[in-house]
Design a protein around this ligand. Sequence first.
Ligand code: UDP
Ligand code: LCN
Length: 749
Amino acid sequence: MATLKRSDSIADNMPEALKQSRYHMKKCFAKYIEKGRRTMKLQQLLDEMENVIDDQVERTRVLEGLLGDIWFSIQEAVVNPPYVAFPLDQAPDFGNMAKDANALEVDFGAFDFSVPHLTLSSSIGNGLDFVSKFVTSKLSGRLENAQPLVDYLLSLNRQGEKLMINESLGTVGKLQMALIIAEVYLSGLAKDTPFQDFEISFKEWGFEKGWGDTAERVKETMRCLSEVLQAPDPMNMEKFLSRLPTVFNVVIFSPHGYFGQADVLGLPDTGGQVVYILDQVKALEEDLLLRIKQQGLNVKPQIVVATRLIPDARGTKCNLEFEAIDGTKYSNILRVPFRVENRVLRQWVSRFDEVTTKILDLMEGNPDLIIGNYSDGNLAATLMAGKLGVTQATIAHALEKTKYENSDVKWKELQSKYHFPCQFMADIVAMNATDFVIASTYQEIAGSKDRPGQYESHAAFTLPGLCRVVSGVNVFDPKFNIAAPGLTNLCISHTQRNRVDSRSLILTLKNCCIANGYLEDKKKPIIFSMARLDTVKNLTGLTEWYGKNKRLRGLVNLVIVGGFFDPNKSKDREEMAEIKKMHELIEKYQLKGQIRWIAAQTDRKRNGELYRCIADTKGAFVQPALYEAFGLTVIEAMNCGLPPSQPIKEARLKSSSMGSQDFILIQKMEMSRATLSLISLRSASYTWKIYANKLLNMGNMYSFWRQLNKEQKLAKQRYIQLFFNLKFRELVQSVPIPTEEGQTPVSEP
Ligand code: UDP
Ligand code: LCN
């Protein structure tokens, strides 16, 4: 079978593809245009093809041929009889956009001509390595070419106090000579001689603090730089830059949902991001402390998680301005209320400046690195980093564009609920402004053969009537990096008390506020799922699938964790609808005695035991989400010995002909690629320590890289500012602000 990568030319292959099965294709395309103008998703293309080609063997032949490859590569088609258009590299030009010759074309790529890009798709996500190579080649050749590195070293300081070198070593030649002399001097000292012992002589030669804590460490760092100056190579370059005292203070933005350390998980919009950031902060602080010690500095690093203060905090601590982060020495949560026209929003609102002032106050100066999370956090990070001129990183494990079908083309229909244009614009602004992007998997950036990556889907798209994005982001940009998070160890919190609590929660507890329903046959294995109760997480889809499947119901029980039982208790529209739907499904399929629905859990330690108790029943964890870029629950389940099933696709959940085969599939753990890649996370090579080290190395490397490309960066920043002020802010006007009395239930995508 000829295989086609999305990057290959689909157009080139089309004539050959059609030739392979001309007869069937004629019938197929006639069918596609029968219904007039429309967009068709891959599944529709396949379904309609199935109706036209009755013969199974023929169908398989077509799908295994080039045409099948093309379909699986493009995901959607635009029908405008007599044409069927397959969007290739550029966004399809839908409807009225085409008529307006002056429609806004957004082209961030126009500013990227001077920055080197990757060319091989297999290199996507290895930005750090490639930037090191690009830096190396920029500094290679004549000695003077390394002057930008010397200038950069001269600029390093901590609250005005110079680090590394001072003006007396302002040229490459002078620095090179001084390094040779210093190395000879250091060779005469015992390896563990503290830096303080030779600090004064070093200062006279032009060397400041930051090279190391001992003679040995200082010598190593100096040797590394000497080698870089002699003949730059990427390995030494990365090693040297990663040793520089560049990052001490970090701001991490996570404005949406309830950000706290207790009683928040499972609340609307509050899930993996909180877990991820708290683990990340601990690992970052540990790594920063080690680096600072090894640099021979006496500095306290600070990490601040900037989030929203929610006066009506529903019993959580989200109404407190400060909260020290457990397991750290110097890291805090800083909560600042959202203000609208001089009033503070009292309730939780769906996502989105005084933070900057407070941070500057707290840190007694600029932060060195600002990390955003998700659309709102990344936008906040962009604004702050732009204003302060600080290196920026963005993280978004789940962006909305790929979560909802046709969210771009159908934005008008979905506007009152989701305000997608605002979100997409915020996303492309942040992706373009940021110095580096941290993704957890390759798929997140560039997708797979049959599915576009979440970043890749922003490359080109059309918001009919609003604008046509011809170059939103380029996944070949060396800013993209894969840094898988470490494994959160829920297993260590293994206590008898948690075990008893969890067993009773699943099997016996009679408290209708906490657990709804009961399991008649307690010996059956349990299918288990746990998530926020929103549409995308699809716990109702799982319940319906279970409800429809009589044989499966005879074999296993279903236990789900999520949301509340009383829709009036929820302020989130999607959650309310899901609660109602869940009750309807239990009624409709008469699930009493077979399903246990447990309210949202907030105790992570007890969650560990929940997974383990389910594992004891020989059960399985099911991830039914319609879209899941990187689900923590699957890793948690695996980590607690509970096998995860393959994520069940929407189409499969909707099908009523689901047989016991599906359950066997679950039992056999026939895993999807996503699950397999998660399994690899179990290996010891994926730890928070490795993650933190990589992230801080990126912080160092990209701080220098942005300096090297400052003209290009400035030009792009100007375009971003223009776009932000003229387009984004106008779009934001359409998003209603909740009233003082009570929040109009607005759900989050
Ligand atoms: N979680 C929880 N209680 C709940 C639902 C979820 O403690 O009622 C936790 C779950 O154990 C996991 C996180 O919240 O640690 C959800 O992360 P995931 O990546 O699965 O989904 P997200 O909510 O980030 O989309
Ligand atoms: C927040 C959300 O709303 C989810 O969609 C993400 O999966 C989560 O954070 C992790 O980044």
